[in-house]
Design a protein around this ligand. Structure first.
Ligand code: NAD
Length: 399
């Protein structure tokens, strides 16, 4: 039986345990955060995790669940990072010494700049070519999902029709996509570069863009627990305008990079509205406008603004992954690429400036990506990439 290790114990990890266990994989889980390993073990003892999809119910179990990578990672032919990108660095550092040669290491989703970070971190452990692992990343998580009972039940609100996959070496993408599509229960579509994945990361537009739309000028608002605003269904014309302006800038950047980097295919970076229609053809009732594609999407229905308790009421949780992941591991990476390409991105800058104030970090200052917290991002500059010809070399070496 092939063995895989799932790193993480959140929503995505729950769905994966159910799917992979059900499909007959030998599943181990690395869950070093808090007491998650213990709680997952308790769930496994009670029969495993059941994932409730719209059209089926799937139950699967993990074998070993632990916080120590030495106990779960060795022997894995597949290692999946199913956690927010801000956890990639610490997890990669702990698993690197235990990865089998030839292992396939993937992130669901990759978010921006994953290839830069993996090269930098794993090079520390193995300098000998060829790369001892194959890296792959998904453009997004295949499912909209939420845990209903920790260690036992997860609800899958929607499954995307198609999800892009990039690999390093790039030539590995088609085979990985073919082999992993049945496991994830989604059509994986191979694309040619991690740069494409970084630019095509729509979470970096959607999450911070909607946070701006719902919260800018109302940062101190509190809500009755039953009246927390809907997140995706709360998209109005103004928010749709913010999202569209950022998407246009990403398209401009993709076009400019394609003109300068022979190995980059800008067609793989879809405009946001087109991506929504391609990902959720059966879930969106009215796909005609960007706003209607959000508010009539069944997969997004009922999801609310992230909040935390404030006495008897709730207040906005600006530390949620909608900013803490999607700015440093998303928009800041795009902004760094735009700086290399000499492209102004006023709409993206406006969102970063608002969000970084909420996060208490400074990435962008004086119109430059040169703030004191830049090193907390995966912008190319953090990895010594300061010229487009270096990006071109990166693209070539990923082949
Ligand atoms: P989540 O919030 O449920 O994941 C949190 C989990 O990540 C924690 O429970 C823990 O297991 C792990 N984690 C966090 N910090 C860690 C650390 N420092 N060290 C070790 N482990 C740590 O996230 P999720 O919903 O499973 O999402 C996973 C990824 O998928 C994220 O990138 C998210 O943006 C993306 N995504 C999720 C959804 C969804 O519907 N859940 C939809 C689209 C994209």
């Amino acid at each position: 039986m092939p063995k895989l290790t799932i790193c993480g114990g959140g929503n995505a990890a729950h769905v994966l345990i159910a799917l992979a266990g059900h499909a007959g994989w030998e599943v181990d889980v690395l869950a070093p955060l808090y007491d998650e390993a213990e709680r997952l073990r308790a769930g496994m003892a009670l029969g495993g995790i059941t994932a409730h999809f719209a059209d089926r119910v799937v139950t699967g179990r993990a074998g070993r669940v632990g916080a120590n990578p030495a106990e779960v990672v060795p022997g894995s032919e597949l290692v999946l990072l199913a956690l927010p990108a801000f956890a990639h660095g610490s997890i990669l550092q702990t698993i690197a010494p235990f990865l089998d040669r030839g292992a396939r290491l993937g992130a669901l989703p990759a978010r921006g700049g994953l290839d830069y970070q993996v090269r930098a971190l794993l090079a520390v452990h193995d300098h000998s070519p060829p790369a001892p692992y194959t890296l792959f990343g998904l453009q997004t998580l295949p499912w909209a999902c939420r845990i209903t009972t920790y260690g036992r039940e997860v609800t899958v609100l929607g499954t995307k029709a198609v999800v892009d996959l990039a690999a390093m070496p790039a030539a590995a993408a088609p085979l990985l996509a073919r082999q992993l599509s049945p496991l994830f229960g989604v059509h994986l579509h191979p694309i040619s570069s991690f740069l494409g994945l970084t630019l095509a990361n729509t979470g970096q537009l959607i999450h911070p863009g909607i946070m701006v739309g719902l919260c800018r000028g109302r940062e101190e608002s509190t809500f009755d627990p039953d009246e927390v605003p809907l997140f995706y269904q709360g998209v109005d014309e103004t928010t749709a305008g913010v999202l569209q302006a950022m998407s246009v800038e990403v398209q401009q950047l993709a076009g400019r990079l394609a003109g300068r980097l022979a190995d980059f295919n800008s067609q793989e970076v879809l405009p946001l509205h087109e991506w929504l229609r391609r990902s959720y053809p059966a879930d969106i009732t009215d796909p005609h406008t960007l706003k209607s594609a959000f508010v009539t999407n069944r997969a997004y229905a009922g999801l609310r603004l992230p909040t935390r308790p404030a006495g008897q009421r709730r207040t906005v949780d600006f530390s949620s992954r909608y900013l803490a992941e999607d700015i440093p591991y998303g928009l800041a990476v795009v902004r760094g690429l735009a700086e290399l390409a000499g492209l102004a991105t006023p709409a993206i800058d406006e969102v970063i400036l608002w969000a970084q104030a909420r996060l208490g970090h400074t990435y962008l200052t004086g119109g430059q990506l040169a703030g004191p917290d830049l090193a907390r991002t995966r912008a190319p500059q953090v990895y010594g990439l300061h010229h487009l010809d270096q990006l071109s070399a990166e693209l070539l070496s990923g082949k």
